[in-house]
Design a protein around this ligand. Structure first.
Ligand SMILES: [Zn+2]
Length: 287
């Protein structure tokens, strides 16, 4: 009898050990603060999602450290925005054959502008897709309550911003941006982007040629450009010179590219969107 119980006991112990060996902890790594927030919302408090690009940091010129590569190597799931936006992540995934472990929120860029999260309706589609993919790939980790709250918040942001920008007069809707990042936002809220100072968001993007600079000046005059939008934390010497030469107000620095550290205004996608929209609206309304 004792032998029988011992056999059962060791069998259970063996199974428990086997279980411990075959189910490593779930580790989710997100590329930058916005996919990180959405992923954390989608899984709730059950898991701590790791973020590669830190808060308030430029995402275009990011380079993976050895520690980042180690986190990616151990990840059960990797969340990125799009291969066009995070070529540094796409290159790592390809070199390490992890295609099956990646969810790209925006897998195929329908336009040349991969900053799709600046349109709340697109953000909502991406969050929904993430929620579904998590349910399929990691059953049991999704958190319906926090997800539903975020869906409601995204809809509220869209309503508020639609109302805000609908009050703008027709001749106060044109801007120039530092890099091509606001086409989704502009389309959603009826703004026009006359041109961009830089051709891309990459850290190596060259300063504009003398010809492009004079084109920008002409466009400011002929298209009634009200505001030059720069990227907070980036060099805005040229934008300042352009505004001065065109006799329009100094550039407006906005931060659509990252979230602020926790506890500060702009520490969530919703507060980042509201903060940028209010500042831009105020600048466009200034005669
Ligand atoms: Zn950008």
């Amino acid at each position: 009898m004792l032998r029988f119980f011992l056999t059962i006991f060791f069998a259970i112990l063996g199974l428990a050990q086997l279980g411990a060996q075959t189910t490593p902890p779930i580790r989710i790594v997100a590329s930058f603060t916005i996919p990180h927030e959405w992923c954390q919302v989608a899984v709730g408090q059950s898991l701590n999602v790791k973020c590669l690009v830190p808060e308030k940091s430029e995402l275009h010129g990011f380079q993976l450290s050895a520690k980042d590569a180690q986190s990616l190597d151990r990840a059960s799931l990797i969340i990125g925005m799009s291969p066009d936006l995070e070529p540094w992540l796409a290159a790592w995934v390809k070199a390490n054959h992890r295609e099956a472990k990646v969810i790209w929120l925006s897998p195929a860029s329908p336009t040349t502008d991969p900053h799709r999260w600046t349109d709340p309706q697109e953000a909502l589609k991406m969050l929904e897709a993430l929620h579904l993919a998590l349910g399929r790939l990691l059953p049991g980790v999704a958190s319906p309550q926090t997800y539903e709250r975020q869906v409601a918040e995204m809809k509220a942001v869209d309503q508020d911003l639609s109302r805000l920008f609908s009050s703008l007069p027709e001749n106060a809707r044109t801007v120039i941006t530092q890099h091509p990042n606001l086409s989704w936002f502009a389309k959603r809220y009826g703004l026009r982007i006359a041109d961009t100072i830089l051709a891309s968001g990459s850290a190596e993007a060259a300063d504009p040629s003398a010809r492009h600079y004079s084109d920008l000046l002409t466009q400011i005059r002929t298209q009634q450009v009200r505001v030059i939008i720069t990227d907070e934390g980036q060099n805005e010497t040229l934008a300042r010179r352009l505004a001065k030469d065109a006799a329009i107000p100094a550039p407006l620095a906005l931060s659509f590219e990252y979230l602020e550290p926790r506890g500060q205004d702009g520490d969530s996608w919703a507060s980042m969107m509201r903060r940028n929209a209010q500042r831009l609206h105020a600048a466009l309304m200034t005669p």
